[in-house]
Design a binder for this molecule. Structure first.
Ligand SMILES: [Zn+2]
Length: 416
């Protein structure tokens, strides 16, 4: 009887020039080798066995938790044709599929409307995150399910908190050291911050001369106010359905930044405006006159599209542009003096306040998977196919898709 040895080259030495703690752990424990030249992780028997277990656990969570059918078709077109072939008779059972492709798990699903599609997408991410949460410790594998707004759609990510810069799959994110919340730059913030001076009596609004104060820093210096007691304007251009240029004035509290991705989504959804872009001084002059450096939400010209961020809700005795060159208005209160449409349009930066009262800090996070949802066009497009069918009543189609991929390799690097 012969006995075979498993190739398990444990070593006390971390591979040279490798910053990824996940790679280091796998190499040291003999689960993988690393080709520094190509950046490839070479899975050895123990590492591969672990990958197969992980992949199996995730596929099981998807099928048991969300009804995803595990198939082996090899490509998206083949899965699409499966759905097309069986959807009439099997309905929901033929609209959600997952399959292992190399070191990834591909996800494809369709749904009848955007609300149920989004609910389905969230349920999927929750199920995967929950399945991973059971895995023990190591390189900060506390999987977080994080949303980000991009190109008019939301993308959902599964991220591992904290990995070194340069780690495989690392991307810039933010972590709140107080509560552990994880966000990406354009993630929804989902709360309204506390306002300074909330208990103060409301002052009277008054115009004050602020010569040359066309930046927030200069304004705060001139008036001796904290940046949280100011509201700043960001001006852009967007286009209506007839390609007419419209000026867009967006406002955030002085210590917040604006997310063009979130603003773009709001403009598309709420005002039917597209093509959001920055504007130069000359253009702004043409559209709103000489007040560009002194724009405020009180008394903007009526043809300007206005939206304020959640961070201005309940602002008290704050400083805003007076829409008059060289002037600002002090003592302004929301909603007494201005009551514009409000939306979450802020971008996270170092120091953005968290709902818990802490402040977000920049950190690298490891992207382990993402799904994108898409409202499908009326005809097939590259990468997205339109699945539709009519039931006996002639009313039932699947105009919305969920397309995603989980990287079992990156999950493996985060698991110990
Ligand atoms: Zn927090």
């Amino acid at each position: 009887m012969s006995e075979f040895k498993t190739l398990l080259p444990k070593t006390g030495n971390a591979p040279a020039h490798v910053k990824d703690q996940g790679v280091i752990n796998m190499v040291v424990s003999g689960e993988a080798a690393y080709n520094a030249k190509s950046g490839e992780l070479l899975l050895l028997p123990e590492g591969e066995a672990k990958r197969r277990r992980l992949s199996g656990d995730i596929l099981a969570a998807l099928s048991e938790g969300c009804g995803y059918q595990t198939v082996n078709c090899g490509n998206d077109d083949a899965i699409f044709s499966l759905a097309e072939r069986f959807v009439r008779e099997w309905q929901d059972a033929a609209t959600s599929f997952c399959e292992e492709r190399g070191r990834n798990i591909r996800l494809l699903a369709w749904d009848t409307d955007e609300a149920s599609r989004d609910a389905k997408a969230r349920a999927l991410m929750e199920a995967v995150t929950a399945a991973l949460r059971g895995k023990t410790g190591g390189d900060g594998l506390t999987p977080s399910f994080v949303e980000e707004i991009r190109e008019g759609n939301s993308r959902l990510f599964i991220l591992a908190k904290g990995c070194g810069q340069g780690a495989i799959g690392s991307r810039p994110g933010f972590i709140c050291p107080s509560c552990g919340n994880v966000k990406l730059p354009d993630s929804p913030l989902g709360y309204t911050p506390a306002q300074p001076g909330a208990g103060e009596p409301e002052s009277r609004a008054a115009d004050v001369e602020t010569p040359g104060a066309n930046t927030i820093t200069e304004l705060c210096d001139q008036l001796g106010v904290d940046v949280t007691r100011t509201i700043k304007a960001m001006l852009y251009i967007a286009y209506d359905a007839d390609s007419n240029r419209r000026a867009v004035a967006s406002f955030v509290r002085g210590d917040y930044n604006l997310s063009m991705n979130k603003l773009d989504r709001w403009l598309r959804g709420e005002r039917g405006l597209t093509g959001l872009r920055s504007a130069d001084k000359k253009e702004l002059y043409e559209l709103i006159g000489e007040v560009a450096g002194y724009c405020g939400p009180v008394g903007m010209p009526s043809d300007v599209v206005i939206v304020c961020d959640d961070s201005v809700i309940g602002a008290k005795n704050t400083v805003v542009g007076a829409n008059r060159p060289g002037y600002h208005k002090t003592g302004c209160c929301h909603p007494r003096d201005f009551d514009p449409p409000i939306a979450d349009i802020a971008q996270l930066t170092e120091g953005t306040p968290c709902a818990c009262g802490g402040k977000y800090k920049a950190a690298c996070v490891r992207e382990m998977g993402r799904i994108e949802t898409a409202s499908l066009p009326s005809k097939p497009q590259e990468g997205i196919k339109l699945l539709s069918y009519r039931d006996k009543d002639g009313k039932h189609d699947y105009p919305s898709a969920i397309i995603g991929e989980l990287s079992v390799e990156k999950i493996l690097l985060a698991v110990r």
